[in-house]
Design a protein around this ligand. Structure first.
Ligand code: SAM
Ligand code: FES
Length: 350
């Protein structure tokens, strides 16, 4: 039965929620092999052997939200908080540019100390100094007007994972946030013209196969340019410290299913997967992922941006990460692409 469903998904890029639930629940080793084979073929058909590299700059670990799973949540008083100055951010970009990166991903907690003027100035400076780069923001929820102004300042892309498409689970995990607002924000970003990234965690406490099927259907409908899927990994200073967390295998299956449901998406092999298994990112690439995001943050702040425990690469210099990731990509038989790496959907519309 799995084989028939996988073949139909490969052909039609669609299964009903019920069919996805059946597939997720009954996938055996042989089924996984076939699924990963088709997801890799699908990735190659759309993007060839290319894997895109983005330089990640984690510029602040202050956060006003209190997501139950997250190590930098506001209630975690044990975190030493930091903010990078505009100059420090520009230095990271400079080093990244020198290493060949042409996309910078600026990520932070929801830190309103960086108001619209500061953010606009950061984006404008980066785009002014490095006009052939793409700038991605991952800073959480802001209003429509701010999103619009940041777009006009030159921001190309925005990552805002929907985290889970289950309303009840979302509400349990995000006591300070609103399910509807997260989704509205994604639609707003799309309408403004950003390349938009959504995504979810796998293995959240209480998450069911039905919830995961709903995640895939939500993504199919939204049709984002980028889809971040990673395992939930517990952090000792959060209320979910004793939770089990997501497994490598379950996450790889969701990456592969996402590749088949939304074939043209850019799909990162997440750092969280590399944390669960030393070869987690390579395995994700072979399951259909085509983006990696090595860290460009200054090494002194890296251990402080601890979303989950044992996060990898917290002691490594940017140049080391760059080489390490490149070698990991080529070991899978794929090729590094240091270009801007815009999504196919975006390229067609522009
Ligand atoms: N504040 C921004 C936002 O809300 O989009 C971006 C930063 S947030 C820390 C980036 C992502 O980290 C979240 O979207 C979430 O999926 C992931 N994350 C947070 N805690 C995690 C954990 N314990 N395990 C795995 N992923 C986690
Ligand atoms: Fe940083 Fe491998 S990605 S050392």
């Amino acid at each position: 039965m799995s084989k028939e469903l996988i073949e139909r998904l490969y052909r039609d890029h669609y299964l009903t929620r019920e069919e996805l639930v059946a597939l997720i629940n009954h996938l055996d080793d042989e089924g996984k092999k076939l699924l990963f084979h088709y997801s890799l073929q699908t990735k190659i058909r759309h993007y060839g052997k290319k894997v895109f590299m983005r330089g990640l700059i984690e510029f602040s670990n202050y956060c006003k939200q209190d997501c139950l799973y997250c190590g930098i949540r506001a209630s975690n008083k044990k975190v030493e908080r930091y903010r990078l100055s505009i100059n420090e951010i520009l230095q990271c970009c400079n080093e990244g540019y020198r290493l060949g990166y042409r996309t910078f991903v600026l990520q932070s907690g929801e830190d309103f100390w960086y108001g619209e003027d500061k953010l606009i100035s950061i984006v404008k400076k980066i785009k002014g100094m490095f006009p052939d780069t793409a700038v991605t923001l991952s800073i959480g929820e802001r209003g429509k007007t701010v999103y619009q102004k940041l777009f006009e300042a030159g921001t190309d892309r925005f990552l805002l994972r929907h985290e889970t498409a289950s309303k009840s689970l979302y509400e349990k995990l995000h006591p300070t946030m609103d399910f509807k607002n997260r989704r509205t924000s994604l639609n707003t970003l799309k309408k403004i013209g950003y390349q938009v990234g959504a995504g979810f965690m796998v293995g959240l406490p209480g998450q069911t196969a039905e919830d995961l099927a709903e995640d895939l259907h939500f993504l199919k409908e939204l049709s984002p340019d980028m889809i971040g899927i990673g395992p939930f990994i517990p952090h000792g200073e959060t209320p979910l410290r004793d939770a089990v967390g997501g497994s490598l295998e379950d996450t790889l299956v969701m990456v592969a299913l996402a590749r088949l449901m939304i074939p043209e998406a850019l799909l990162p092999a997440t750092t969280a997967l590399g944390t669960l298994d030393p070869n987690g990112r390579e395995k994700a690439i072979l399951a259909g992922a085509n983006v990696v995001m090595p860290n460009l943050s200054p090494t002194k702040v890296r251990p402080l941006y601890e979303l989950y425990e044992n996060k990898i690469c917290t002691g490594d210099e940017p140049a080391h990460c760059r080489g390490c990731i490149e070698q990991r990509i080529t070991s899978t038989g794929m090729e590094v692409d240091l270009g801007r790496g815009d999504s196919i959907q975006f390229q067609k519309n522009n």
